[in-house]
Design a protein around this ligand. Structure first.
Ligand SMILES: [Zn+2]
Ligand SMILES: [Zn+2]
Length: 312
């Protein structure tokens, strides 16, 4: 995407050409862009470096408010934007991001004759719908869609799909892309950072080396299956109630973690999520013995109103 002229944002000249060819052959097209990754990440054009959280190994997102910074959406740690690439010292760092909403408008403008379906909810797609359209735009995991006669699958911006706060996002992307190697005549991966390790791994198809690298990283970053992880969410319609409750739970957990080996408790008292009119904050816990670590908090977690515990 750095060298090829875009016809529309996220639709390169190459992709557009292939789309026209595919439709001319009477085959179907699948365009993939994960909505959850629709924010900017920081990548190096020259060497494939991408800004990763030093404690979670996940791609960080660029935030411009209140100031320019990189934020890990998993552990919520915050860093300043580097001026040059820490790996190859190039100044060609780019903020690479995507807006899902406008993709289908752009595709409709380019190919007004084509029947286009924007898939926002996989449950609403029936086998019949799949026969009625030529182009599908998927905003989540789309590999389960049984589209027949698939001529072209394009991942519109790989780094954006990777910027999702799940520790297994690389494995899931690897699997998704490889899946289409068997189902789609052509595959296009668009990126502004062509040397991203995932792209090399997917195209070489060396599963063993990808597996070994992933296992090593999970071990190094204390991720499952080498530890256990839990997120505790506390929500309420009042911001200050959430803040008070999470502060007291978090501080007793942080205290308990000091006496438990290899256990970490992370929480950022400033970061709020707002969902369905409720404020929500989270505590992230990593521990090799989660059940015994959580035991003393059991009553509090089970009976507490507005508390959700999620195993990762
Ligand atoms: Zn670089
Ligand atoms: Zn992190």
């Amino acid at each position: 995407m750095n060298q090829i002229r875009p016809v529309k944002p996220l639709i390169s000249e190459v992709l557009f050409g292939r789309m026209q060819e595919t439709l001319a052959r009477g085959e179907k097209i699948l365009l993939s862009l994960n909505r959850r990754g629709a924010m900017s990440t920081l990548v190096c054009r020259d060497c494939g470096w991408a800004a990763r959280c030093p404690s979670c190994d996940l791609l960080m997102r660029v935030h411009t408010k209140p100031e320019n910074s990189l934020l890990c959406h998993f552990c919520e740690s915050k860093w300043s934007l580097p001026e040059k690439c820490p790996q190859c010292h190039s100044y060609h760092l780019v903020q690479s991001g995507a807006r899902v909403q406008s993709i289908d408008t752009h595709v409709r403008e380019l190919l007004p004759e084509a029947r286009i379906l924007l898939i926002e909810d996989l449950n609403k797609v029936t086998p019949k719908t799949l026969t009625e359209y030529d182009i599908f735009i998927g905003t989540q995991k789309i590999s389960s869609l049984p589209i027949e006669n698939l001529g072209l699958t394009a991942f519109l911006l790989v780094e954006s799909d990777l910027a999702v706060p799940d520790y297994d996002i690389e494995e899931s992307m690897y699997q998704q892309i490889r899946h289409f190697f068997y189902r789609s005549r052509d595959i296009i991966l668009q990126t502004r950072s062509p040397k991203l390790p995932l792209i090399t791994e997917v195209t070489s198809g060396n599963f063993r080396s990808f597996f070994q690298k992933t296992v090593t990283e999970r071990k190094q970053f204390h991720l499952p299956p080498f530890t256990q992880m839990v997120t505790v969410y506390i929500s309420d319609s009042s911001e200050s109630v959430v803040q008070q409750r999470i502060a007291s739970t978090a501080s007793s957990m942080i205290e308990a973690a000091k006496h438990t080996s290899d256990t970490t408790v992370l929480y950022d008292h400033l970061l709020f999520e707002k969902r369905a009119g409720k404020y929500r904050q989270k505590i992230l816990i990593r521990s090799p013995n989660m059940v015994s670590f959580l035991e003393p908090f059991r009553a509090q977690l089970v009976r507490g109103r507005g508390i959700e515990v999620e195993w990762l």
